[in-house]
Design a protein around this ligand. Structure first.
Ligand code: ZN
Ligand code: ZN
Length: 297
């Protein structure tokens, strides 16, 4: 299925992607602890509290949660030993009509990342894109590898199937032509005078929050930065990996079927990027072989 967090349609006779970039990989949280903590918290907040007890985890659960600590849980790993990448998402063109780029004969995009912020000069995230022809996969790798330890728990996605919906987006406000931008700003009125429930261009009309393919990128953290490929071509946002599907300011984008159970839908994947931001993956529209670039907003 098209999904977040796997399992991937990965051939049993092909090596699973790994990170060999030199960085520390022996310390962090055990991936099994990350999942256990989420399960305990989810169950604790879901149940009806015992008479006299408050909502949330019991004392015993709190003790258990506090015992699941970061540490040197994989002391056998040297700094360049290959560690399996985590499955982030796989998207079929048949499910996601706006999925673009990639070799023309490939119908499946598979996205992986290393669960450590330790790549390049700025302690960056390392993301891998694989395009493939799904028909070529005869036998699927049954036991899909995972790292034992992760640097940041927010890189461990909870598996979700996807139900993509097509929406229309518009360019980020600051990148609109000057005259149009000034008209939009006048229509919106000064930001400090606007109420949360008033419809705004930035939050409600231009750029949808949440995981998405295509559309426009938001630049509210860094202000717009030109994203040009090394070949000179302006790059386009292929994928947005979001920490939340929406917040109180942009709830207008929530699908109708999710509005009743909004809390479950807001952070369904448990992914956290850049504290609570969105990771945009930009690709070259001219050649899928050119390296992608990332922006966290
Ligand atoms: Zn790495
Ligand atoms: Zn290029």
């Amino acid at each position: 299925d098209s999904s977040v967090g796997g399992p991937m349609l990965w051939p049993s006779d092909e090596p699973w992607p790994v990170c060999t970039h030199p960085h520390k990989r022996s310390s962090g949280e055990r991936i099994e602890d990350v999942r256990l903590k989420r399960r305990i918290r989810a169950e604790a907040w879901r149940r009806t509290p015992e008479p006299g007890a408050g909502p949330g985890p019991t004392d015993a659960e709190r003790e258990l949660l506090a015992s699941l600590k970061r540490g040197r849980h994989a002391p056998w790993l040297a700094n360049t030993d290959p560690i399996p990448l985590l499955a982030v998402a796989q998207l079929y063109r048949k499910d996601v009509p706006d999925l673009f780029g990639g070799p023309a004969d490939c119908d499946l995009l598979q996205v992986f990342w290393c669960p450590f912020d330790a790549h390049g000069t700025g302690h960056q995230l390392s993301l891998h894109l694989h395009w493939r022809r799904s028909a070529d996969v005869l036998e699927v790798l049954a036991d899909q590898p995972e790292p034992v330890v992760v640097g940041a728990p927010g890189y461990v996605p909870d598996p979700c199937v996807l139900h993509p919906e097509q929406v229309v987006e518009h360019q980020y406000m600051d990148l609109l032509p000057d005259r149009l931008r000034r008209r939009m700003e006048k229509w919106e009125g000064p930001e400090d005078e606007r109420e949360d429930e008033e419809v705004g261009y930035r939050s409600d009309l231009s750029i949808a929050p949440g995981w998405k393919v295509g559309g426009f990128a938001s630049w509210h953290v860094t202000d717009p930065v030109p994203m040009d490929c090394e070949c000179g071509q302006p790059m386009e946002p292929l994928l947005a990996v979001a920490s939340y599907e929406c917040d109180s300011s942009n709830g207008s984008w929530v699908p109708l079927e999710d509005q009743e159970t909004l809390e479950g839908a807001i952070g369904a994947t448990s992914v956290l990027v850049g504290r609570d931001g969105t990771l945009y993956v930009f690709v070259c529209p001219r050649d899928p072989g050119h390296p992608h670039r990332l922006s966290v907003q």
